[in-house]
Each structure stands twice: as C-alpha cells, then as structure tokens.
Ligand binder design. Structure first.
Ligand code: SF4
Length: 433
C-alpha cells in the first residue's frame, strides 16, 4: 500500500517519535538532576512515580537506535524541537523525518531481538513466554541505573515470577491488584497502594501530595482521552486522518509510549494535543476496501512484522488492548486521589481478570470499532491469556467476524508460514467487506 510521505512531516508526530528514541539522553539528564529512575513494564503506576519526583522508564524503550544517530548527524532535533517544520527548511529535512517515523517499528523491533538474546545470555529460562523474556533482557542491563521497579500482582503467575527473579538484581516493589471489585478487595488495594506510595516517597525523599498526584493524573487523563480518540477514528472509516501504514505506526507508538508516558508526561500531553489538532484537520482518507484487522492479545508481545505484513496485504492492523482492558478510562480527579487511583486499578483489572470477561471485552471492542477481522495471537508458553483461545473461538463465531490464529514464540520464527496464513485469511476478509 502506498505511503503518503507528507504525513510523516507532521511536527508533533515527529516529536513524539524523537522523544521515544531519546531514552538514553533522558536517562543522562535524570542522573544530572538526581531524579531516580523507576522501571515499569505495565501501563500503570507512572503517575505515582512522577508525583513522587522520580522518572518512570519502560526498559524496552532504552536502546541504541539508528534514529538517534541520524539525529546527531543532522540538526533535525534542534530544528524540529526548536521551531516549526512548516517552512522553507522543512522540505530539506523531509528524508530524515520520513525515515524516523517510517522506520519506527523496524528500529523498535531490532531492539526487541537484542533483548531476546540478552535474556538468553542472562540464562533466563527459554521456555517461558516472550513477554517475560524480553522484560528481563531489557531490564537487567540497566540494573545500576534503575533504582526501583514497579511490580504488579495480576492474574498472571509468570509475571509475578519474573518480578521475583528480577528482584535479585533490581529492588522491586510488589503491589497486588485484587481480581474482585468487592468492598474488602478495594480496602486491600488501598493498603497495597499506600505501601507503594511509602516506598516511592522513601526513594525520592518527596511527599506524594493529593495536589501533585491530581496534576499528573489530569495530564494522564488527557493522554488517555486523545489515545481513545485516535482509536475511535475507526468508527468513521470513511474519514480517517492518516494512511493505513502511518496510522499503524501511530497506534504502535502510542501502545508502547503509554507505559512510561515517554518519561515526560507534560511533553507527551502537549505534543499529543497538537497531533490531535492536526489529525482532526486531516480527516479525509477513505478506508473503503481496507480491511481493519484487530490483533488480540497484544500486551505480551506479538510478531513485530505483523503491521508490515498487513500493510503489504492491503489491510490495517489495530492493536487496542489498552482500550479493551479499561486502561484508557479516565481516573476521577475530585476527592482523594489515592482512593481514585485505587478504584481505577480495581476496575481495570476486572476487565481482564477472567477469560470469560476478557473475551467479552475484546469482542465488544471489535464491534464498537467495526473491525473486519480478528487475529488471535497465540503466545507460546503463556499459561494465562492464551488459554482463552478456546472460549474466544466459540464466542467469535456468534459474531460472524472472520478470525484466524497465529502462533508466536520468538521474533521471526515461522514468518513464511504466518504470511501464507494471513494471505489466505485476507482473501476471505476482502470478499466479505
Ligand atoms: S499473560 Fe501470558 S504472555 Fe503475558 S506475561 Fe503472563 S504468561 Fe506471559
């Protein structure tokens, strides 16, 4: 599918990509400013870290990116960050700018491969799921920089085990999230959160005040609202703001950046707001004949080439787990903020606490976003979410939405087989739309 190069010159889109690639630089800056680095692997808790005066970091964002070199070699960063791209100089920068966004997924994926190898080097069990392997391979090299790691007790036992292993190298603060929304579960969640707050305060020497946390949560809520908006553009596919390829790149960027808010929540919010304004003014691309394919689950990793494959097959891959799992719901900003955060966590966890609810969340979203097909990402070694496939298969048949499954274990494994499978699937989908 052809790519409209103009859309890669949207300054806010570029800025968000550049910030994504600048983790190493950010870390150096945090060190100079004596801001402790707090590791995080799930898109929860970052607001508390910011409110304590520390910086959250998603270790998979730390890497050696070509884009960074490109930035050093040109004056692109200064030009983009310092002024507007809309001007005579903009055309000269076009090749670099295009390259940065165009290569976003490739660059990120190359890094994932490194993390897989690192996890093998560190002798992390190869039979466990991809998600915990790359989490380990990306975190351990930064054990001297990351002062604390946020660990969450969710429905997944492997995840808890990963945090336990990590704790041998990086101090971990474990916060359990109950699976129920009953009053006693809420009380428990509150105690767990208080414990996390105490740890963060001890780490930074700062108090997490209600006002400070509210300020961060308002910014995060804005980001959540804009993120929802980007996904909800799909409800009117005749008026999309970006070509399918650029749209897929944007969704991938948001999916990953939402975990640590690019360690710069204010900046993220500001650039995202500008981007939405730009996107709103560009809603003239018709996705007629472009099958919209939702991938589930995406949280624990998937074959990185899928968006590219889908683009070659004339489709658009939608990754919207954050929306399905209630993570883009707003957090209340009146009253006690720790109580509000507690309510958010309990409600969010409920959306994926049991397979029955999880499958329902995916299918409700598939209907809401009017997708034309679903790919079930069967993660090998996953003992928690992959087993929901049997139920998913039964339920998705009732909806009439075409679906297919693909196995995922290691990057690049069975790629030819996946491509063949998806080619046949897309032929069926195209006949039905
Ligand atoms: S849900 Fe599955 S893939 Fe994700 S961390 Fe748990 S076991 Fe691994």
């Amino acid at each position: 599918m052809s790519i409209d190069t103009e859309e890669f010159l949207i300054p806010s889109f570029l800025n968000l990509n550049l910030k994504f690639f600048s983790a190493q630089k950010q870390i150096r800056k945090f060190r100079r400013h004596k801001r402790p680095l707090v590791g995080t692997i799930l898109p929860i808790g970052a607001e508390l870290v910011f409110a304590a005066g520390a910086s959250p970091i998603f270790p998979l964002r730390i890497g050696k990116f070509e884009a960074e070199k490109l930035l050093r070699g040109t004056r692109l960063a200064k030009n983009i960050l310092g002024a507007t791209l809309v001007g005579t100089g903009a055309r000269l920068l076009q090749p670099q700018a295009e390259n940065i966004i165009n290569q976003f997924l490739n660059e990120y994926n190359k890094n994932l491969c490194n993390f897989e190898s690192k996890s093998d080097e560190f002798k992390y069990p190869p039979e466990v799921c991809f998600a915990t392997r790359i989490a380990y391979g990306s975190s351990l090299p930064h054990r001297d920089q990351i002062k604390l790691f946020l660990a969450w007790g969710t429905r997944c036992g492997w995840f808890s085990q990963f945090f336990q292993t990590l704790n041998n190298s990086i101090p971990v603060i474990f916060t359990d999230i109950p699976k129920s929304t009953a009053p006693h579960a809420r009380e428990y969640m509150l105690e767990e959160l208080q414990q996390l707050v105490t740890h963060l305060e001890k780490l930074t020497g700062n108090k997490i005040t209600d006002e400070g946390l509210r300020e961060k949560i308002i910014l995060a809520n804005n980001i959540r609202a804009n993120y929802r908006k980007v996904l909800y553009y799909l409800k009117t596919p005749e008026k999309m703001p970006l070509s399918p390829y650029a749209y897929m790149q944007l969704i991938a960027l948001l999916n990953i950046s939402f975990i640590d808010f690019l360690s710069a929540i204010k900046y993220f919010n500001k650039q995202f707001l500008k981007l939405i304004k730009d996107l709103d003014s560009r809603r003239k691309i018709d996705y007629e004949g472009v099958p919209k394919i939702m991938l589930v689950p995406v949280f624990s990793g998937s074959e990185p080439d899928l968006p590219q494959i889908m683009n070659e097959l004339g489709g658009c891959l939608i990754q919207a787990d954050n929306l399905a799992y209630g993570m883009l719901d707003p957090i209340k900003t009146e009253g006690d903020m720790i109580h509000n955060y507690c309510d958010y966590l309990v409600k969010m966890h409920e959306c994926w606490s049991a397979n029955k609810i999880l499958v329902k969340s995916w299918l409700d979203l598939a209907n809401e976003l009017r997708v034309d097909g679903i790919i079930f990402n069967k993660l090998i070694g996953c003992t928690s979410i992959t087993p929901s496939y049997r139920l998913f298969k039964d339920r998705v048949r009732d909806t009439g939405i075409p679906f297919i499954d693909v196995d995922f274990n290691r990057i690049g494994e069975n790629l030819a087989q996946i491509k063949n499978k998806l080619t046949s699937f897309m032929e069926i989908v195209k006949k039905e739309i």
